[in-house]
Each structure stands twice: as structure tokens, then as C-alpha cells.
Design a protein around this ligand. Sequence first.
Ligand code: SF4
Length: 436
Amino acid sequence: MTTSKNNGIGLVSLGCAKNLVDSEVLIKQLEYSKFRIVFEPKTLHHIDTVIVNTCGFIGDAKKESIDIILHYAEAKRTGKIQRLFLMGCLTERYRHELAIEIPEADGIFGVNQLPEIVREIGGEYRTKLLGERKITTPPHYAYLKIAEGCDRTCSFCAIPSIRGPHKSRPIGEIVSEAKYLAETGVKELLVISQDTTFYGIDLYGRRRLADLLNNLAEIKAIQWIRLHYTYPHAFPFDVLDVIRDHPNICNYIDIPLQHISNHILRSMKRGMSGNKSRELIERIRNTIPRVAIRTTFITGYPGESENDFNELCQFVEASEFERMGVFTYSHEEGTPAYQLKDNLPEKIKLKRQAHLMQLQEQISLKHNQKLVGKEINVLIDREENEFWVGRSEADSPEVDQEIFVRKTGNPIHPGTFYTVHITEANHFDLLGEIPV
Ligand code: SF4
């Protein structure tokens, strides 16, 4: 049965920004085939088909995906919708199990099957739309996926087995997509992939992230280019110079370190030692003035001793990262670490996560207090009660802190940059006003 054109297709996109980009490409294709797409539907009114783009990375994310699938399977069983399609990382990883467990699903697709999904729904997949997508983020910022998959072998990570080997997109294709996004009004590009620093090795036989960033920086309508998911091992230092030398590339770098203890880093197969990590952070700070470094750590990895954890705490206190996230270790079948004994109780993993975030709370407050009385460039994202909410160059959407700008009655436009005078600092956000 094909979807009637009057009725809509609800699309639910779970997981990371890389998955979101896939959803945006799919929306563009389906809308071009004259389907009406409701992104993240709040109700099922006028919707007879639902697509769930799933996440299958770690325990919590898998649970969320399964809960949502079951919700729509129930909706199908009770006739609220006629068709249900599943795609993404969870289905790539557990395709057979889901086919048995979710008989309500009309189609189960993996991660690189957009043409099949479009056809199955009754549309026509058009290659001419390559590089075009329907932005679901606020119109002034967008994610730019530069590659798919990963060639690394981090022992805790299932992504290479889900998304396959690293596959860089050609520079020309990425630049034309960035130009297309700029023409639609995008001012901030968030450069993403599983491993951005690996960019180019498969396609050009050498690292070409610096070249790519140089090309993207030529697009003057793009005022902020933000680099995410860099990998510490064999870090391409020319990238640091490019970030420093281009005013429209944010002095911001997202570099997940995961841990600092040699014993844990070795077991994680990160290809880095604690000292190499310290040297890299120092080099980044010495090369890019006022750089904001975002990193993430894992607590409770198999075999993480009190000493390992204390070393991590000392590193966090000494490094004073501007932005930091902490995940608890998730024992994932199919990963090398699954052979190890997941010997730390969940409550210890969570206790260590909370402790690290408490340390970071004080560090973040210290960074924020330095900005009180200063004026900073802020991109306004939205209105919220008596505030306009925005971000500085040091804040990536969804993951970092925000700046709450008091309303003064002057017209303010989301998607516009303003100079904001910072009046107050909290642990994880700032308050300010736009000088009249
Ligand atoms: S770099 Fe490591 S953690 Fe990141 S996606 Fe690749 S294997 Fe996973």
C-alpha cells in the first residue's frame, strides 16, 4: 500500500547529528516526491506512515530507540498509522532480531539505504539532489557531514561495525553542499563525522582536513565553522594553524580523549598515552589563542582502578577544559572490550561520572566568571520567556552552554550575531544584555 499524498509521513530522528543529516537528506528526497513530512511529530493527526531513524550506539540510546519503536508498533497495531519503517544504526546492528521482534514493521533498513527507503515508501530517489537536504535545525546553523564510518578500533565502540569503514566525501561535493547551505541562510557550519581528522586518507591517500577547512573558510556567508569529533592519535597539526588563521573558523575544537591513564588508554586501543594526550592539549592551547576545547571521558571502563580514576580527576583539574562531557562505560556486544569483564558496578560508574562533572562545574564557573564585564560575539538561537538565548564561539549547539540575553524591547532576530555585555556567570551558562 503506498502512502496517500494527502496524509503525511512522520519522521523521528534519534541519536547523533550524523544520523540527523541522514534524516534531513531523506526528508528532501521524500518532499521532492511530493510527500508531506512531519519531523518529530507530536501527534499522529494526518499521518499514516512513520519512519524511525534509530540509534544503536550504547545501552541508553538503544533503549530509547526500542521504546519509540514499540510506541509506533502499538500505534500500527491499533490502526492509528498504516505503515511503520525502521532505519539507522539499531536496525543495522540488530536487523534480524528486529524483523522477528517487530512484525508491525513494513520495512527495516540499515544506515546506507536511503534509495531503498524512498522507493519502498513510494517515492523516486533522485541523485540530482545530492548535497541537498531539508534542514531541521534552526535555519542559521547546520551540520556538515564530511565522511561516513570509521577505521579506528577503539575497544568500547560498536560504530565501525555499524557504519563500516571510513569513507571521505570528495572536497568538491562537501564545498558545494556548504555553499548550498549558505544560500539557504546558514551562518554556522558544524563539521562532523565519526573521525574528522582521518578525512582524506582513504580518498586522497593523505589527510586533507586542513585543505577542506581552507576551502570552507572561503565561503564568506559562513561566519562560524566549528570542528567536531577530532581524534587525538596522529593529530594533523596543520589543522590547528588553519583554525588560528581563519576568523570564520571557530577557536573551538572537540577532541574526545576518553581517558588519561596509560593502562586504560592501552586497553581502549586509543593509540595514545597519557603524556601524549597532555602534550597534544598543550600544543592546541599554544597554537590557537583563547581556544575552547571540548572533550569527553568514559568512567567505569573494565579494570578502571581507583588510581586510574584519580589520575583522570587530576588531569581534568589541571587541564581546565572549557567544555566537557562524561559517559559511563556501556558493555557492548560485538566490541573488542566485550571480551573483558565489565567489573565495575553501575553505581560506581555513575558515582565517578558525577564526581568528574562536579569538578567540571567549578572549572566551568571559573571560565565563565572571567567573562563577566566583557563583551562577546553571540549568535542568537531562539526566544525563551524574558530572554533571547544564544551561544558564543565556544559553544556548540545541543552540547555546550548557552547565553541568556535579557530582553530590552529592542528588536532581536534569531540567526543574527550581536555583541553582548556579560553581566552574570553561572556554572554552565551566562547572562548578559545587548548594550543600547
Ligand atoms: S574513533 Fe573510536 S570511538 Fe570514535 S567512532 Fe571510531 S571507533 Fe568509535
